[in-house]
Design a protein around this ligand. Structure first.
Ligand SMILES: CC(C)(COP(=O)(O)OP(=O)(O)OC[C@H]1O[C@@H](n2cnc3c(N)ncnc32)[C@H](O)[C@@H]1OP(=O)(O)O)[C@@H](O)C(=O)NCCC(=O)NCCS
Length: 135
């Protein structure tokens, strides 16, 4: 069974192994835990059998008008079971009532995000890969 929680309290770095698949310079589980604590909102999917975190989503928000969803990931072996969708549904419920909710989607994920009411838009970004690990 998958449990969903909206706080990283009590989560240890060991329970966060396996994320940032394909990132050339990924954050360590310890850095991952730090960014969860520093985010304004998180939702975590936890395997109730072993306590391992199998999916997460974060949001940064001013709490007045706007929020940004920087990270959403489900461990590869747990994908296609509805976990990513449930994480997004729960995060969108937390952000309900704000004027703007933005994210930058990975290629091909437009239809996935449209399920939650998001629409395509132009964006401008910087990616400083030397800082990708957060170190
Ligand atoms: C995107 C992601 C979080 C979805 O998690 P999930 O638990 O598999 O999601 P669900 O089971 O709720 O929904 C699966 C849907 O995701 C979409 N999807 C996932 N990967 C996709 C891909 N590579 N191309 C197109 N659609 C994709 C499909 O719409 C799929 O629907 P389907 O099952 O009807 O085919 C997961 O694939 C993931 O972690 N990917 C790697 C990290 C990533 O890309 N994060 C998003 C950054 S914007």
């Amino acid at each position: 069974m998958i449990d969903y929680v909206d706080s990283p309290h009590g989560i240890t770095a060991e329970r966060l192994a396996g994320f940032f698949v394909g990132w050339p310079n990924p954050p360590t589980p310890e850095t991952h835990l730090r960014l969860l604590h520093e985010s304004d909102h998180v939702v975590l999917a936890i395997d109730s059998e072993n306590g391992h975190v199998v999916g997460f989503v974060t949001a940064i928000s001013d709490g007045v008008l706007s929020a940004y969803i920087p990270l959403l990931e489900v461990l590869p072996e747990c994908q296609k079971r509805g976990i990513g969708g449930e994480l997004m549904r729960k995060m969108m419920a937390k952000l309900d009532g704000l004027y703007m909710i933005d994210l930058v989607r990975a290629e091909n994920l437009g239809p996935f995000y449209e399920r939650f009411g998001l629409i395509p838009a132009d964006a401008m970004v910087i990616r400083n890969f030397a800082r990708q690990s957060g170190q």
